[in-house]
Design a binder for this molecule. Structure first.
Ligand SMILES: CSC[C@H]1O[C@H](OP(=O)(O)O)[C@H](O)[C@@H]1O
Length: 309
């Protein structure tokens, strides 16, 4: 199951807004279709957004759109995950957008398998692993980063239990990570976001492994709520790992200078179609938070496990 595929000169995406109830696909015929799919989170997850954006540039090229203009519009679709900018710039610099996009597609799978290989070395038989949001195959072309580590450990025969928190407000943990684990018969339980600290206080979590959207000097940006998990892990001495490809690193920048995406307040006002607060309630809805380096045990990359920047 690939999260995205280039098929008959179209970009075919799993519609992640419909999971876990329906496995359906969206076909992007234009680069504007790709921009919409990134904005509305039909496709989401830093590596998946990057490769989708690369194929968006391919569609723009086929439409005869000036690639500098297309690049600017695609980069504006979501401001935080660095893979989006890295991928668009790679296509801009290439001689052949389609060849470059296909190369990134294949690289992502290889990268995730290597992240899984190195990451599984820190997973012990019998571990209970907490993960936040979805850094799985659905956040990438396939296999996943944080869930790739879990897949590799499972495939090596290690007996592991996975705990996914729901990851309000978009529910990537409940809707996507639980689905991925169940699809592969990896033992998984779902908890409310607010329960992770308690489970750690009760020694019910052996390690935390999450993904990342941007890594730079000072720390890591990941889905909102990651900081709370990291603080609880520090307090209860639970090893806290980030799994991410080197394309997520921005070595030139300070992590605290990054734009944190603010999303529509209705994502918080509603749970599905049910409004959970008085009409017109004001909302603050940052989509990511920043985990300072001192809370991170190690960063698992395709070249090995490194210390935070
Ligand atoms: C493997 S990167 C996945 C990363 O992206 C997610 O954000 P979103 O679902 O809003 O795209 C989340 O931060 C994951 O850790």
């Amino acid at each position: 199951m690939k999260t995205l595929e280039w098929e008959n000169n179209k970009l075919k995406l799993i519609d992640q807004t419909k999971l876990p109830d329906e496995l359906t696909y969206v076909y992007c015929n234009t680069y504007q279709d790709v921009i919409q799919a990134i904005k509305n989170m039909t496709v989401r997850g830093a590596p998946a957004i990057g490769v989708a954006a690369a194929f968006g540039m391919v569609l723009a090229d086929k439409e005869g759109v000036d690639l500098e203009i297309a690049a600017k519009e695609i980069k504006a679709s979501r401001p935080t995950a660095i893979n989006l900018f890295w991928a668009v710039n790679r296509v801009l610099k290439s001689d052949n957008p389609l060849t470059e996009a296909i190369q990134m597609y294949n690289e992502d799978i290889e990268t995730n398998l290597n992240i899984g290989k190195y990451g599984s070395e820190i997973i012990d038989d019998g571990d209970t692993i907490l993960t936040h949001c979805n850094a799985g195959a659905l956040a990438c072309v396939d296999y996943g980063t944080a869930l790739g580590v879990i897949r590799s450990a499972h495939n090596q025969g290690k007996k592991i239990d996975v705990i996914c928190d729901e990851t309000r407000p978009r529910g990537q943990g409940a809707r996507l990570s639980v689905w991925e684990m169940q699809e592969e018969n990896i033992p998984v339980k779902l908890i409310p976001d607010v329960a992770s600290g308690y489970l750690m206080s009760q020694k019910m979590i052996d390690k935390v492994v999450i993904g990342a959207d941007r890594i730079a000097n000072g720390g890591v940006i990941n889905k909102i709520g990651s900081l709370m998990v990291a603080l609880a892990a520090k307090r209860f001495n639970v090893p806290f790992y980030v799994a991410a490809p080197l394309s997520t690193f921005d070595k030139e920048a300070n992590i605290f200078d990054t734009t944190i995406e603010e999303r529509d307040g209705d994502e918080v006002r509603y749970y599905g179609k049910c409004r959970i607060c008085p009409k017109g309630t004001e909302v603050i809805n940052p989509a990511f938070d920043i985990i300072p380096s001192d809370l991170i045990t190690g960063i698992i990359t395709e070249e090995g496990i490194i210390k935070p920047l």
